[in-house]
Design a protein around this ligand. Structure first.
Ligand SMILES: N[C@@H](CCC(=O)N[C@@H](CS)C(=O)NCC(=O)O)C(=O)O
Length: 239
């Protein structure tokens, strides 16, 4: 199944989108916990790209074997497009932006697009303090927990990014005006800020509320709330 060559198929066509059997398959982990899976799922849902969702339960004895059915990288999310397998949330979003150029996954302005890619790359490669001390658990409430020095520094840097983006895009928009991959990338951070009740400046809190109200994010959150599976080690914050 795994290939590394780009499928030469053209951009997604209308007939494919209208099909009740979408060509794209997205392999994801538990919606309550899998922050990396949330990014492409939210982006694809927000932009109306049809896909079949394949859920692999994380933290189970067979998790590795199940993911290996789709990708030898051993991680979700994974996008399957016919013979092509794309793994890693950033690569998946870039691929979708190329395959569906009409959708506007990235800002259309080149300078804004470069900045959007920068903030996504920073999200993708940084913020390990936040990730490790404040893991995503949409159902849980851990007010005030996880504020290690590194997590605080990450919260500060993320606030700075959001402030500068929103100052440019306007107070009532998303990071780059219209919803983009950048917002999908920061949606799991929004989930964390909600779970750990991070106090934010009013403009940033308003952005948090806008993301939570976005239909694609709201759908993911509802699915997470209704998921029967619980990963106990992430459900209790240790003292
Ligand atoms: N850089 C990767 C990271 C993906 C990742 O770490 N995914 C976790 C779940 S959120 C995973 O697949 N873990 C495998 C496991 O728990 O066995 C991406 O952006 O897709």
């Amino acid at each position: 199944m795994q290939t590394t060559e780009l499928d030469p198929a053209p951009a997604l066509s209308q007939p494919q989108e209208a099909s009740s059997h979408p060509r794209l398959k997205l392999v994801i982990g538990n919606k309550n916990y899998s922050s990396w899976s949330m990014r492409p799922w939210v982006a694809m849902t927000a932009f109306g790209v049809p896909f079949e969702e394949i859920m692999v339960q994380l933290d189970r004895p067979d998790t590795g074997t199940r993911i290996a059915e789709y990708s030898h990288a051993g991680r979700v999310p994974v996008l399957i497009d016919g013979d092509l397998t794309v793994w890693d949330s950033l690569a998946i979003c870039e691929y979708l932006a190329e395959r569906c150029p009409e959708k506007g996954f990235w800002p259309r302005n080149p300078a804004a697009r470069a900045l959007a890619r920068s903030v996504c790359a920073e999200m993708h490669s940084s913020f390990t303090g936040l990730r490790s001390a404040m893991w995503m658990n949409i159902r849980a409430r851990f007010p005030g927990k996880g504020r290690t020095a590194q997590a605080q520094a990450d919260i500060g840097r993320i606030s700075e990014i959001w402030e500068s983006c929103l100052a440019r895009s306007g107070p009532n928009g998303y990071l780059f005006g219209d919803f983009s991959i950048a917002d999908a990338f920061y949606a799991p951070v929004v989930m964390r800020f909600r779970t750990y009740e991070v106090a934010l400046a009013p403009a940033l809190q308003a952005y948090v509320e806008r993301i939570i109200a976005h239909p694609a994010v709201a759908q993911w959150m509802r699915d997470a709330e209704n998921e029967p599976e619980h990963l106990k080690k992430y459900d209790v914050y240790p003292d």
